[in-house]
Design a protein around this ligand. Structure first.
Ligand code: SAM
Ligand code: SF4
Ligand code: SF4
Length: 338
């Protein structure tokens, strides 16, 4: 497929697209959708506001024609959206797409892993912040133990999906789980990625003091394991990867706070209600859903996405200070998709 490569103001191409398929979730993780703020009265998007699968497919094709190579499905909890394998099938048929992944809390994988794999999904990232049941129940705000997630991980492996584990580390909450999680993942052949707690949205009470940095985690790991660095597999790879010297398993870090990677950020986001966001921390979305529903042609959509990308100059993490953190109009992770 002929692709038109578009660049933003900082010369970054458009390569990745994260699609949030739903803003709802069956968890209330403290760092993402705290239960006291996302209570029973919280107004989630009505069904009619969500992009349909046909609309997502149409936009995905256009994004691919503009350089996107990888798509990740996320949310909210993407597996809560009905018939996800149907969407995966539509997307995996798009010519010119080299990878399609999904980020999930894992709970619905036992039910869906096989069908997702059959539909063309290659990999899942499963979020798990601790192996301690009580602590996990506290973190996910729903009292759910680790059992359902571990079963989800198993189901994904059984189905032949690649599995990586995401662990958000927050000081004083789950930093005691850094080594147990490393051991578990190493022994089970799972790549673990430690994610620095980020200041996304305005509901999670983020403070710099709560961040456990890559450097701190790496020092802890070095006391227990022998590690060697792994070269990035492609331009713009977000995780900084290491390999255990005595096992064919990687461990990685998403250093969004302590070592930002805006210079090579090639990622665009599409929210569940069809707004395009050019940065996780830029709260100004660009409507594409209504434009499309009002009859825009593919050429017009191409022109709009091109203009949005050409105008992009976001580098929030490079510029992050206490002041920028306070003054930004921010958007919740569960809405924009992690
Ligand atoms: N519900 C799915 C899940 O939890 O995997 C997908 C959506 S979730 C928003 C995507 C990823 O963002 C998860 O790995 C989650 O742990 C991470 N995340 C959420 N809030 C975060 C925060 N404040 N800082 C860092 N990562 C966060
Ligand atoms: Fe839900 Fe994922 Fe956010 Fe947790 S991190 S509340 S599982 S969307
Ligand atoms: Fe990309 Fe924005 Fe994150 Fe920088 S802060 S890496 S531009 S999403």
């Amino acid at each position: 497929m002929e692709k038109t490569i578009i660049k933003d103001k900082l010369n970054r191409p458009l390569r990745d697209l994260r699609i949030s398929v739903i803003d709802r979730c069956n968890f209330r993780c403290q760092y993402c959708m705290p239960a006291d703020q996302f209570g029973p009265d919280f107004e989630f998007l009505p069904r009619s506001a969500l992009l349909t699968y046909e609309e997502i497919e149409r936009l995905a094709k256009i994004f691919v024609s503009l350089g996107v190579e990888k798509i990740r499905l996320t949310g909210g909890e993407p597996l809560l959206r009905k018939d996800m394998p149907i969407l995966v099938k539509k997307l995996s048929a798009i010519e010119g797409l080299s990878d399609i992944g999904l980020t999930t809390n894992g709970v619905l994988l036992p039910k869906l892993a096989k069908d997702l794999k059959a539909a063309g999904l290659k990999r899942v990232n499963v979020s798990l912040d601790t192996l301690n049941d009580e602590l996990f129940g506290e973190i996910n705000g729903r009292g759910v133990g680790t059992g359902p997630v571990l079963e989800g991980i198993d189901a994904a492996k059984q189905a032949g999906l690649g599995v990586k584990i995401n662990m958000v580390v927050k000081k004083g909450l789950n930093d005691s789980e850094i080594i147990p999680m490393a051991e578990y993942c190493k022994n089970h052949g799972l790549e673990l990625r430690y994610i620095e707690f980020m200041d996304v949205g305005s509901t999670n009470g983020w403070k710099m003091d709560d961040v456990v940095t890559k450097k701190q985690i790496y020092h802890l790991l070095k006391e227990q394991f022998e590690l060697e660095p792994v070269d990035p597999a492609y331009y713009g790879e977000v995780a900084k990867l290491y390999r255990y010297k005595d096992a064919d398993v990687n461990v990685g870090f998403i250093t969004s706070v302590s070592e930002s990677f805006c210079t090579s950020c090639t990622r665009s986001r599409l929210s569940a209600n069809g707004q395009i966001f050019t940065c996780l921390f830029n709260g100004n979305g660009h409507d594409i859903r209504n434009f499309m529903r009002n009859g825009a042609t593919d050429e017009e959509i191409v022109a709009r996405i091109t203009a949005i990308w050409n105008g992009r100059d976001d580098r929030y993490s490079d510029e992050r200070t206490a002041e920028t953190n306070k003054n930004r109009k921010k958007i919740e992770m569960s809405y924009i998709g992690g």
